[in-house]
Design a protein around this ligand. Structure first.
Ligand SMILES: [Zn+2]
Length: 422
């Protein structure tokens, strides 16, 4: 009989990390500088693809802790025994537990500029802090997952540890049979350990949030599922948001297409708009967008199907909480963003809104004819700012005789109303 997972969520179960020696940038902003897929030269805010895979049982692991065994990895056998082996075989993607691991990478990918690819091959090299092999497509994954005995399953219990980039390898404590075999909420205990450990694997340090509501706090927590708002913010600081993938949206030619505006309000980025306090992030929420630094630019494309009196609203969003000793850390006050409205050529400026001040909203109100427009959003601070962008509009009906003067319609509209999207 499995104990309820809540019985195992005390602070006695401590997740630990171990810093690798080859962290190449500031500790708090470490990230991958080279991957098998992208090659080298990756920097802060760059979308990145990381390959991941399992080492074979029998692969050596150099202990990182004095309590840790010198045994070879036994993770696959451990998972087969405690979660299930299915039909077995060499293709691990058929294992019942594979989808648990895969879902963690998919989730991190859905809330950041990270993408993931499973690497079925492994080079067999030792898991070790100083000799980590570089990922190589078809040969060895960027992130290699292993496991063996670390320190039993009682006392100041380590569940797993993980190396920082560009190493990223994970070691799971296979002593923790009761914890990892707990299938409650689709193996939430295992999933949050994996999501936390891979958080380190992408470069995230522990956060002291003082509210036990963030994944990257130092103790396991199963009162939520996966990355939370601070975790997502830290991930986007390093890898940008989901729109930075596949070439990104940093130019009008690759703008994020919001589609046809037909009078129905448009609103994006709303999942980070949780009000003043931290609210739990559900694992199906994906609408988190940001400007990740003072060189990032987002282009949005909107096509009007008619003439409208438009309002474009840009709001800085995110809760306030205790973050690493700052009791009034506010995700809504990270950067001063500006908004520019561009014509269909992507360069002609029709209007801009550049109110000064971190966290200050921007708004553009303008009558626009049918056609395609671009909204450019940019940051003035080397910080990552969640934003929410809304477009609303009302049919702009020109008074008789004014159809030839569309450019000066502003004063001739009937039925003008404005409202702001929140
Ligand atoms: Zn940790």
């Amino acid at each position: 009989m499995l104990r309820p997972i809540s019985a195992l969520t005390t602070s006695a179960l401590v997740l630990v990390l171990f810093a690798t020696l080859n962290v190449s940038v500031t500790f708090g902003q470490s990230r991958w500088g080279q991957t098998a897929t992208n090659g080298s030269g990756l920097g802060l805010g760059d979308a990145t693809t990381i390959t991941w895979g399992f080492v074979s049982d029998g692969t050596a692991i150099t202990p990182a802790y004095s309590s840790e065994s010198t045994d070879a990895s036994d993770l696959i056998g451990f998972l087969d025994t405690n979660i299930g082996a299915g039909a077995g075989g060499t293709d691990l993607t058929n294992r019942p537990w594979y989808t648990v691991f895969d879902s963690i990478f998919e989730r991190w990918g859905n809330v950041s500029g990270l993408s993931f690819s499973y690497e079925a091959n492994d080079s067999g090299e030792r898991i070790d802090n100083t000799v980590a092999p570089r990922g190589q497509l078809g040969v060895v994954a960027d992130v290699r997952i292993s496991g063996h005995s670390i320190d039993g399953q009682t006392g100041g219990n380590t569940l797993a540890y993980n190396y920082f980039p560009d190493h990223g390898d994970m070691v799971i404590d296979t002593d923790n049979v009761s914890f990892y075999s707990n299938s409650s909420s689709n193996y939430l205990g295992l999933r949050n350990v994996l999501a936390h450990e891979f958080g380190h694997g992408m470069g995230l340090p522990h956060v002291t949030a003082n509210n036990s509501r963030q994944l990257m706090e130092g103790s396991i927590n199963t009162t939520f599922d996966g990355p939370q708002i601070d975790d997502i913010h830290q991930a986007q600081r390093r890898y940008g948001d989901n729109w930075e993938e596949n070439g990104g949206n940093d130019a009008f030619s690759v703008a994020t297409d919001l589609g046809i505006f037909d009078g129905t309000d448009m609103l994006i980025g709303a999942d980070a708009n949780m009000g003043a306090s931290v609210v739990e992030v559900d694992p199906d929420q994906v609408d988190f967008i940001s400007i990740d630094n003072d060189t990032d630019v987002d282009f949005l494309q909107i096509t009007l199907d008619s003439i409208y009196d438009m309002s474009f609203a840009l709001d800085m969003v995110g809760p306030t909480y205790n973050h690493d000793g700052d009791s009034s850390y506010s995700l809504a006050n990270q950067s001063d963003l500006d908004m520019v409205l561009l014509a269909s050529d992507g360069t002609t400026v029709l209007a801009d809104s550049n109110n000064a001040g971190i966290g200050v909203s921007e708004q553009i109100d303008m009558v626009l004819e049918a056609g395609t427009y671009y909204v450019q959003i940019l940051g003035n601070t080397d910080a990552t700012q969640f934003y929410q962008f809304g477009a609303s509009g009302f049919s702009a009906v020109p008074e008789p005789g004014s159809m030839l003067a569309l450019g000066t319609l502003g004063a001739l509209l009937v039925g003008r109303r404005r409202r702001r999207i929140r």
